[in-house]
Design a protein around this ligand. Structure first.
Ligand code: XMP
Length: 511
């Protein structure tokens, strides 16, 4: 692997994804990883990430200096460059006036592998308050900017490189090439991280783990991850995979059929659809507190699932579509960064309670890789490019009390909004879009009469990681069409508003 050492940069996952886009396997590790453990992981290279600290501060995160003795290529980015230079004889100081945003990089020597085929002058993205003041006698300067004399350096005798700018962000147009140069020309990466190879390897591993008389239960949620996990398992095990799709009555319009069709046509696994609308609505009766809704839905799900699982003989494993970011953020990788902020929405405790062993075939993958895997496995575009949908479903978009009528109003409005987005060719451009039914009534006038009815909020966000997001700048005429259609055809709605809150401070969902 390529080890990406995390010093707290918001871009750590992005670095790992960029590396993988160049077909090398990147793994994110904690900054206190020892050189000894790093050697056991047999890295092809190490990338030191950026971070918010100052290397000269007490308590700033550092890496084991032994990493520089391993002999593998090292690329320090921003804070990572400052650490590397400091560790190898340089000094770091605050810049006279921090450098944030675009800067013009002058490449000094084109015979350098790192800058192969990069123009002599190119835009890079900077974000730093410190910089390497003096790299010491052992580094040569490869590039500069007007305020950052040491914008890229190479060690004279060791394969250690440092760049002050961020190659991983889109604002550095030649960033992917620079990272690619590091991987291909300096690390001699053979580009073996491909989806075909991943499928082959996974199929072997799954068959080794799941015996011939064992069966795997796969909970399908309607989302991309569980569908791809199921398809991969089905490829390895065929009919020994039993998919269970619980219709909790909180799904989007047409979802149940879409999943059944998409799935049925593309896999030879068994599919069971459990109609559980009634127990879910009963559990939610009179509940309007968001956390209480989640808890009740979680419990009901466990009950329904447990009942269904009883009738699956030989079911030893439970599949989950856990992804790499979930594994990292929940502290689930012994070498990965410690658990952080994200609170996990997967139904807690289910496998243990049911006596299943967990199988998580996607735990090494990022979301974009899961989508590519899904396409490679033959799942239809409509499923693979689906927006994420929360486990508690429409319950957290139906603010206030929940009942079948209010859910139906929401479902219709939501479906119109998505239909308009699709027609405008924007569904794939936005990360997530949906309608929310507000517990608010307002006055309107329709025909000759005064109305006093409900309001719908439309929400659409752009984001890569769902941790931060911005509201989508949708065309006004699209919003106008959606609003008119919703008010004209959805009974009980006389007002539509568009949510213009970013995250933070808002969240993506309203509850
Ligand atoms: P928020 O609202 O926290 O949402 O900004 C971030 C992402 O998580 C999804 N989400 C959930 N997913 N169970 C889930 O499976 C939940 O309880 C839940 N709450 C939010 C949300 O749709 C968005 O993609």
């Amino acid at each position: 692997p390529i080890l990406v050492v995390d010093f707290g940069s918001q871009y750590v996952q992005l670095i790992a994804r960029r590396v993988r886009e160049r077909h090398a396997f990147a793994r994110i590790v904690r900054h206190d990883l020892t050189a000894e453990r790093a050697r056991e992981l047999n890295p092809m290279a190490i990338i030191l990430s950026g971070g918010p600290s100052s290397v000269y501060e007490q308590g700033a995160p550092r890496c084991d200096p032994g990493l520089f003795e391993l002999g593998v290529p090292i690329l320090g980015i921003c804070y990572g460059m400052q650490l590397a230079c400091e560790a190898l004889g340089g000094t770091v100081r605050p810049c006279p006036a921090g450098e944030y945003g675009r800067a013009e990089l002058k490449v000094l020597d084109h015979s350098e592998d790192l800058f192969h085929a990069v123009p002599e002058s190119t835009t890079v993205w900077m974000s730093h308050a410190d910089q390497v003041h003096d790299a010491g006698p052992d580094f040569v300067t490869l590039a500069t900017t007007s305020t950052c004399p040491l914008a890229a350096v190479r060690h004279k005798t060791r394969p250690v490189y440092g760049i002050q700018f961020h190659p991983e962000v889109a604002h550095t147009p030649y960033g992917a090439l620079i990272l690619g140069n590091f991987l291909d020309r300096i690390c001699h990466s053979r580009g073996t991280w491909t989806m075909e190879a991943f499928i082959e390897r996974s199929v072997v591993e799954i068959r080794e783990r799941v015996g011939p008389s064992d069966r795997v239960v796969c909970g399908l949620s309607g989302g991309v991850d569980s569908a791809v996990a199921a398809a991969l398992l089905a490829k390895a095990l065929g009919p020994r995979v039993v998919c269970v799709f619980v219709d909790n009555g909180l799904l989007r319009a047409g979802e149940r059929n879409a999943v059944a069709e998409a799935f049925g046509a593309h896999s030879n696994a068994e599919l069971r659809v459990v109609d559980a609308t009634e127990p879910f609505l009963r559990a939610l009766d009179g509940v309007s507190d968001p956390q209480e809704k989640r808890i009740r839905i979680g419990h009901t799900f466990v009950d329904v699932f447990r009942e269904e699982a009883k009738s699956i003989p030989g079911a030893r494993f439970l599949a989950q579509g856990t992804l790499y970011p979930d594994v990292i953020e929940s502290g689930g990788d012994r070498d990965g960064p410690a658990a952080t902020i994200k609170h996990h929405h997967n139904v807690g405790g289910l496998p243990a309670e049911l006596g299943f062993e967990l199988i998580e075939p996607l735990r090494d993958l990022f979301k974009d890789e899961v989508r590519r895997l899904g396409l490679e496995l033959g799942l239809p575009d409509s499923l693979v490019w689906r927006h994420p949908f929360p486990g508690p479903g429409l319950a957290v978009r139906c603010l206030g009390t929940i009942n079948a009528e209010r859910l139906e109003v929401l479902r219709q409005a939501d479906s119109i909004f998505l239909d308009e987005l699709r027609k405008a060719g924007l569904e794939r451009q936005v990360a997530q879009a949906f309608a929310v039914l507000l517990p608010v009534q307002s006055v309107g006038v329709m025909g000759d009469g005064r109305t006093y009815e409900n309001a719908i909020a439309l929400r659409s966000v752009d984001t890569d990681d769902f941790m931060t997001a911005d509201w989508s700048r949708l065309p006004h005429d699209l919003l106008a069409r959606a609003s008119t259609r919703i008010i004209n055809s959805v009974k009980g709605i006389n007002r539509v508003v568009y949510d213009v809150t970013s995250k933070p401070p808002g969240t993506i969902e309203w509850e």
